[in-house]
Design a protein around this ligand. Structure first.
Ligand code: ADP
Ligand code: MG
Length: 434
């Protein structure tokens, strides 16, 4: 794994010879023909058949980095490929949440309406999706469980899939989708034995080009990446601060003493906001509690809420309300923590600090996207959150815009990573050279 591949970066979208002019027109109008850094590197590598592991901060344009090569290839092969109704799609994108699948669908549709695309996600009728699959899809986007279901029912085959994308790969491992993912990956001949035969992907055969993306890549996920991508023909591309919050966001922390203090503090923090704003909590019940409380105490504020216990229809409505400015504030669990791209979110509040620093990084990344500025406010209660203090302090120290507050800096739990040997005070003093 590593760089050094002889593929020139893409300077302008127009250098990809799109056979469909309207795509290029759109990219010129919307993005001035200029790819972002991750797009510059991934697009030409993917089109040349290299597997890519794209690690780039939140809001850096990872979606188009894989959507464009797939769309380009589909148009190239349109008249040469086998019928998609029997031999399956040319591209497969696997994502952790239904809302993310829908968002990617919108990105593809903005580029071209003339592409057979189907989302296979939970919460919608299997029968209806199955019916639509009968006419075939050139591109399938889905969540791991539902995709597996379709493969097991023989409604989905991958005889000619050119691109396999795992977006937010580490989140899928986190959500216990690992088994479904491995099941899906094993549908392709890309498991270790064949993977290590180490050839460049052809345009036929069962071995797709694999593209994996995230802004964080913890070890469990890296294992899958190593197992399924090829040794020589894989590029790992890193852009920006991986595993840390994006630097366009000013991160502010408040050390509080109790849940009760949080409930009071949020009233102050929501007083003078410019919508849209997202408030993250850790539990479904807290979403309901907070929505209820805020709607009573701040009746002027337009609220929407989302968590995994709601119906798909409610979930979709909540996100759309925020997008369409029918809601000022979205109160959410981590179902909205990843990938969600709502333009101009000015503020993220972590009412609860998540247990993992990766989730913090992604939540904070709902603001400060594509170079814009943002603020993230996080409430910390030492009694419940001390386990992440070390990682959080490291994360803040890497940010040029944020200041580590003294309470965190000096807290005992911030000094050593949980699970590592506790340093004695004397060692610590020596290490800091004081
Ligand atoms: P990520 O997946 O890296 O978090 P997204 O793919 O969701 O980021 O893109 C974030 C935002 O950046 C989107 O609103 C998208 O429209 C915008 N964007 C994508 N590509 C470009 C580009 N080449 N130039 C400017 N903005 C872009
Ligand atoms: Mg994304």
């Amino acid at each position: 794994h590593g760089g050094g591949h002889a593929v020139a970066p893409l300077l302008y979208f127009s250098d990809v010879r799109f056979t469909n002019d309207s795509i290029l027109d759109y990219l010129r109008k919307r993005y001035n023909d200029e790819p972002t850094l991750i797009q510059r590197q991934v697009i030409p590598l993917a089109l040349a058949g290299y597997d890519c592991i794209g690690l780039a901060e939140t809001g850096s344009g990872k979606t188009l980095a894989y959507v464009l090569p797939i769309v380009h290839r589909i148009y190239e092969l349109r008249n040469k490929c086998l019928p998609v109704d029997q031999h399956g799609p040319l591209g497969l994108v696997i994502v952790p949440t239904r809302e993310l699948a829908q968002q990617i669908e919108v990105v593809v549709r903005a580029l071209t309406r003339d592409l057979k695309l189907i989302s296979l996600i939970g919460g919608h009728q299997v029968e209806e999706q199955g019916f639509r699959m009968r006419t075939g899809a050139e591109l399938v986007i889905g969540t791991p469980g539902r995709l597996r279901d379709f493969v097991e029912r023989h409604l989905l085959v991958f005889n000619q899939c050119q691109f396999l994308v795992l977006d937010e790969a580490d989140r899928m491992v986190d959500m216990n989708y690992e088994e479904d993912l491995v099941f899906l990956l094993d549908q392709f001949e890309c498991a270790e034995t064949i993977g290590s035969s180490d050839t460049i992907t052809g345009t036929n055969g069962k071995r797709p080009t694999i593209l994996m993306f995230s802004a964080t890549m913890p070890p469990a996920c890296e294992k899958i990446a190593k197992q399924y991508t090829r040794r020589t023909y894989t590029s790992t591309i890193r852009v920006g601060t991986i595993g840390s919050a994006v630097d366009t966001v000013q991160q502010r922390l408040f050390m509080l003493n109790s849940e009760h203090e949080k409930a009071q503090r949020i009233i102050i923090d929501l007083e003078k906001i410019s919508p849209p704003v997202i408030v993250f909590v850790n539990q479904k019940q807290t979403v309901d509690y907070l929505t209820d409380r805020l709607s009573k105490l701040m009746p002027k504020l337009k609220l929407a809420s989302i968590h995994g216990g709601k119906t798909q229809e409610q979930r979709e409505r909540a996100i759309n309300d925020l997008r369409m400015e029918r809601a000022d504030v979205l109160i959410a669990t981590d179902v909205a923590g990843r990938g969600l791209d709502v333009p101009n979110v000015s503020l993220v509040i972590n009412y609860d600090m998540p247990a993992k620093i990766e989730d913090y990084v992604h939540r904070v990344g709902r603001t400060g996207r594509a170079g814009s500025d943002g603020t993230a406010i996080t409430y910390l209660v030492p009694a419940t959150d001390a386990n992440v203090f070390y990682d959080l302090r490291q994360c803040l120290m890497r940010s040029t815009r944020s200041k580590v507050p003294d309470e965190l800096n000096n807290h005992e739990a911030s000094q050593t990573k949980p699970g590592t040997v506790k340093q004695t005070r004397q060692e610590r003093v020596t290490a800091f050279g004081v």
